[in-house]
Design a protein around this ligand. Sequence first.
Ligand SMILES: Nc1nc2c(ncn2[C@@H]2O[C@H](COP(=O)(O)OP(=O)(O)O)[C@@H](O)[C@H]2O)c(=O)[nH]1
Ligand SMILES: [Mg+2]
Length: 284
Amino acid sequence: MRVGVEFGQVFSVRGAAKKLLTCRVVFGRLRVAVVVPAFNEELAVAATVRSVPGFVDHVLVVDDASADRTFHEASRHLRRGLEVLRHPENRGVGAAIATGYRRARELDVDVAVVMAGDGQMDPADLPSLLAPIAAARADYVKGNRFRAPGVWRAMPPARLAGNILLSLATRVTSGYTHLFDSQCGYTAASRRALEVIHHTGLFPRYGYPNDLLARLHAAALTVEDVPVRAVYGPHWRSGIRLRTVIYPMSFVLLRSWARRVLGGPIRVEVPERAPAEPSCASAS
Ligand SMILES: Nc1nc2c(ncn2[C@@H]2O[C@H](COP(=O)(O)OP(=O)(O)O)[C@@H](O)[C@H]2O)c(=O)[nH]1
Ligand SMILES: [Mg+2]
């Protein structure tokens, strides 16, 4: 069991002038798993696993029946708590995350973070995602790239337009009118959120974040969004194609909206929110 963690301590060699940055984040006894969904990510998955900060207790890679060497590459890095799970056939990103969440629940972690296997999530943002859960302020935390500087330059224009449109639609269909960037997959789920997801399920393909937010809202969970950096490297690619996502996405949004208007709340026995940890202390 962890008693405290230190993240991203960077000291210069000599003196205060060369001291670049010291950031110490104490999350107390919080046990953290990082779930890494990966489909044909042989080029990026090893670096993604390597980038997960040392304080994370479990790294759960879920290879969604990749046709390439994703499984091999993900298993290469010898680190404490690394598990590489594999679907026998491709089931979609939502299903891959559900597999990781199931394992995280078995491991009895306090928080399960999702970090895609394509290296699009900056590990430096991890403490921001954990802090609202450590402070017992939120049950689920998601990244919001629109609250971070540089998003307008970093994100390709078609992505900007799609994300803005879907974020506005998801405000209506989910009920969380204070949230934005619904498509950001960088998230942290507390035990309470994992419990709701365990009982209500997760949409298996693209569209799972929009569906999930609606389910969390129906279960009356508190969701917060925090700024995270938009990462679109030179080799960026995505499995999202307009013609293949338009129907499932419309279905998910319409279903969430109809459930919200007609269905009423989801009744799930969720555990009490854990008390606040001594959350964040910065040293210089
Ligand atoms: N395209 C695709 N990605 C999957 C699947 N299963 C898991 N993933 C992973 O889910 C993550 C997000 O997918 P990506 O296509 O990059 O979505 P985007 O970042 O929103 O454009 C990546 O790490 C994928 O490797 C799947 O069936 N299809
Ligand atoms: Mg991606």
